[in-house]
Design a protein around this ligand. Structure first.
Ligand code: GLA
Length: 385
């Protein structure tokens, strides 16, 4: 049975067991893999992610009162709170639920209560945006029971606000927009200044493989926030709002004047923005080889200039890059561990997978996972009863 059907049946079945009735709705939203454009979103730059076939799922029905009651199947935990007054707790999945409610209410939405069950198969902490998937599935659930208009970009912004303002993670807008706006067989170029988007076809006869290094980022928030602050400091040096407004020539003029660390951070962002634009052109022309080279360059830039890779990740990426049929590979997501993404010729996938697993195990002693991804639609729902 397809993964999607398994997840769907799982939440519907669990809902029936818990409530003795069928759910009224199913809400779901995917994780993402970022093909290229890392740490550019909060610099007002360009990104090119695609929504993947791993999602968060919620089966639910409305309640007559203002309570939200949700069981997280994968954790065997339950949340129950009233929409009339709730407060922050320790960081956990629960804060995403309250955070999305808070953010929607802040924007003036009149929310109604509901009850449901939640499950997901986006690997957690792997850089594949399990949290954006959860936020958008929750937003969809609230929108269904409260009869809210659904504008994918507006909902993505509300979910980002939940993550920034309630959960306390200072992330950019990429993950929420792609989870909300993904399209089957397409990647999505997002201009993170104007929030304009463009769907671009993924190359034919190739697949994006997600390579989980089995390492997890440790001090994620502090490292991520530090990079953000460094980029802001570099932009401030140039007197502009974001590094999006600086050209390669302007940066070069400042060599030796701008602090070296800030210089390198800016170098990554400026060159990465250009790589995204070049990648879109490559995809428009169906040129997998050109895209692969850009992915390789992106990894080098993250490793050397942005310093967000780590040894295990570098091993994974170079093992992948060396395989026959691999056009290119790079780390994907926030960094400091998690997953790499590789673009591989369709007829080489099986051998690629076996070789990468074997070589990585030998090199690091770690047990990696390889996921075959495909580009899917963004946030969706079904009316069940
Ligand atoms: C995390 C954040 C995104 C983005 C990436 C890095 O996934 O949530 O907003 O900044 O890191 O590209």
């Amino acid at each position: 049975m397809a993964k999607e059907m398994i997840m769907k049946d799982k939440v519907i079945q669990a809902f029936r067991e818990e409530y003795g009735a069928d759910p009224a709705y199913l809400a779901h939203s995917p994780g993402r893999v970022n093909i290229i454009g890392e740490h550019t979103d909060y610099n007002g730059g360009f990104v090119l992610p695609m929504a993947i076939n791993f999602s968060a799922w919620i089966a639910l029905r409305p309640r007559q009162d203002d309570r939200v009651i949700l069981t997280a199947l994968d954790k065997n935990e339950k949340l129950d709170f009233g929409l009339g007054g709730f407060s922050k707790g320790k960081r956990s999945w629960r804060e995403y639920v309250k955070g999305v409610a808070w953010s929607l209410q802040e924007e003036g939405s009149e929310l109604k209560g509901w009850e449901g069950v939640l499950s997901g198969n986006v690997p957690i902490g792997a850089g594949l945006s399990s949290s954006a998937a959860l936020e958008l599935a929750l937003a969809r659930a609230f929108a269904l029971v409260s009869d809210l208009a659904w504008d994918p970009v507006q909902m993505a912004l509300a979910c980002q606000k939940a993550e920034n303002g309630w959960v306390g993670v200072n992330s950019g807008i990429m993950d929420q927009i792609i989870s909300a706006s993904g399209k089957k067989d397409y990647a999505l170029m997002i201009d993170c200044s104007s929030l304009k988007t463009k769907h671009v076809p993924v190359p034919k006869k190739t697949r994006f493989l997600i390579l989980d290094t089995a390492t997890r980022r440790g001090l994620l928030d502090s490292d991520y926030n530090e990079r953000r602050e460094q980029c802001e400091a570099a932009a401030c040096h140039f007197g502009v709002e974001s590094l999006r407004d600086i050209t390669q020539d302007q940066l070069l003029e400042r060599a030796g004047i701008l602090d070296l660390t800030l210089y390198r951070r800016a170098q990554h962002v400026i060159s990465e923005n250009q790589r995204v634009l070049d990648a879109v052109e490559a995809l428009d022309q169906g040129d997998a080889a050109a895209l692969g080279l850009l992915m390789n360059e992106s990894h080098t830039s993250m490793r050397i200039d942005f310093e967000i890779s780590r040894d295990e990740m570098d091993h994974m990426v170079s093992i992948a890059q060396d395989q026959p049929g691999c056009y290119g590979a790079r780390m994907t997501g926030g960094g400091f561990g998690g997953c790499a993404v590789a673009l591989v010729a369709e007829d080489q996938i099986e051998i690629f997978k076996d070789s990468v697993i074997q070589e990585y195990r030998l090199k690091t002693g770690l047990d990696p996972k390889v996921y075959l991804s495909s580009a899917t639609d963004g946030t969706g729902f079904e009316v069940l009863s």
